[in-house]
Design a protein around this ligand. Structure first.
Ligand SMILES: C[S@@+](CC[C@H](N)C(=O)[O-])C[C@H]1O[C@@H](n2cnc3c(N)ncnc32)[C@H](O)[C@@H]1O
Length: 399
């Protein structure tokens, strides 16, 4: 590969105060450096996939990162109310499509199993749903699979490495909460000579990594929406992202739903729309360790690496695969329409000493800016089926 040139305008998160900025070698960093020395710079997607999913040293392979004592907190870990209202979403859609038996209840990336446990408990309120539902969990992390088995003890569930092995035939209800933000992205920077891919190279001196620009154009740029690729409002130095892995996942989900019926609910942080406006102008890759931002290129495998989800790309992929899409809605609208405020009142009345904690959790889910507004929900359903719960007012194909 010809020698790449340094990108002109890449913003990298500063090292948090007190953190030693000099890179520490991890076993995964050594492996990646050896690969780069042998084959040349790798794509951001290849780097991200190794950092989070390398079979021996990947971040999710080696630890349970969730919770206060981990690196980040997700909505199901904030409050039981979250999983409960999503369980209600699944049960209501099941009823609306004629209460099929069996129905597959599939969760992608179930974390500690908390969402599924809360959803199944709440969905008992819908007569017949629990007996009809077959639970399938798609999870690649052995550590998190063990946590899910413990949380779901006594529940008949089947684990899978990928959606492909979930049995075909019955309708399926799919929930994916903070799953798509783990899907690796390729990044492109608008340079004076056109879009060029950002690659990860080894620092010539020392043990660190750096971003460089590929000297050649790459046809994958055609996956960007035209308004981004050719947009007059997209400045030189802007960074745009595509996630082939996320598009493949959305396509697989949508094909299943179009063929067998059911619906999927994708919730994540991200942006929508085909235009440049609203996209993260310098890319969205971020890394968290112990709840603080850190540099994704430092100590790969030891910190989470995530990206903002491109809901427009997911919706387009799902529609091209034959499904209908609805939304995205903000997480606030989704949860309020599913009755989370009523559920909070019930819980507070039943547990007066915990009323303050319940109110604080509700605020975090539907009032605080990040969870309530940056987080969005997209529904995928079979064309002609009833609109999934909470999406009735949102209109079709708006993403
Ligand atoms: C950010 S965590 C979210 C966990 C959970 N949904 C929650 O909200 O608490 C991402 C989850 O997706 C899983 N995961 C990441 N990449 C995956 C892949 N390619 N296939 C299956 N699971 C994956 C992780 O192991 C983890 O369970």
């Amino acid at each position: 590969m010809p020698s790449p040139t340094a990108p002109s305008n890449l913003q990298r998160p500063a090292s948090p105060a007190g953190q030693d900025p000099s890179p520490v070698t991890t076993p995964l960093a050594s492996l990646i450096r050896r690969r780069i020395r042998a084959e040349g710079p790798i794509t951001v997607a290849q780097y991200m996939a190794l950092a989070i999913a390398h079979p021996e040293h990947g971040y999710y392979v080696t630890r349970d990162p969730l919770g206060r004592e981990g690196d980040f907190v997700t909505a199901p870990e904030i409050s039981q109310m979250y999983g409960e209202v999503l369980g209600l979403w699944a049960a209501l859609h099941w009823q609306a499509i004629g209460a099929p038996d069996p129905v597959l209840l599939v969760e992608l990336g179930p974390g500690r199993g908390t969402l599924m446990a809360d959803a199944l408990r709440a969905a008992r309120a819908m007569p017949g749903f629990r007996a009809a539902a077959r639970v399938h969990l798609v999870e690649t992390s052995p550590v998190l699979r063990a946590a899910q088995r413990a949380k779901l003890a006594g529940i008949d569930a089947t684990w899978h490495d990928a959606l492909e092995t979930v049995p075909e035939g019955p309708p399926l209800l799919v929930i994916a909460n903070e799953f798509f933000d783990c899907m690796p992205i390729r990044q492109f920077q608008r340079a004076p000579q056109g879009w060029r891919e950002i690659l990860v190279d080894a620092e010539p001196e020392g043990a660190g990594f750096r971003y460089v620009l590929s000297p050649r154009p790459d046809p994958a740029v055609m996956l960007l929406p035209e308004a981004v690729r050719d947009g007059a409002d997209v400045p030189i130095g802007a960074i745009a992202e595509i996630s082939p892995a996320a598009i493949l996942q959305a396509t697989a989900i949508a094909k299943r739903i179009a063929a067998s019926g059911g619906a999927a609910l994708v919730i994540d942080y991200g942006y929508s729309g085909a235009d440049w406006a609203g996209r993260p102008p310098l890319g969205s890759i971020q890394s968290l360790r112990a709840h603080a931002a850190t540099d994704p290129l430092v100590e790969p495998g030891s910190a989470d690496v995530t990206v903002q989800v491109d809901f427009h790309a997911l919706a387009v992929a799902a529609r091209e695969a034959g499904a209908a899409t609805y939304g995205p809605l903000t997480q606030r609208d989704l949860l309020r329409r599913l009755g989370i405020e009523r559920r909070a009142e019930q819980l507070a009345q039943a547990n007066p000493p915990h009323a303050g904690t319940i109110a604080a959790a509700l605020d975090r889910l539907i009032v605080g800016e990040t969870m309530a507004l940056l987080f969005k929900a997209l529904a995928i359903a079979r064309p002609g089926d009833p609109v999934p719960p909470a999406f009735q007012a949102s209109g079709r194909e708006s993403a």
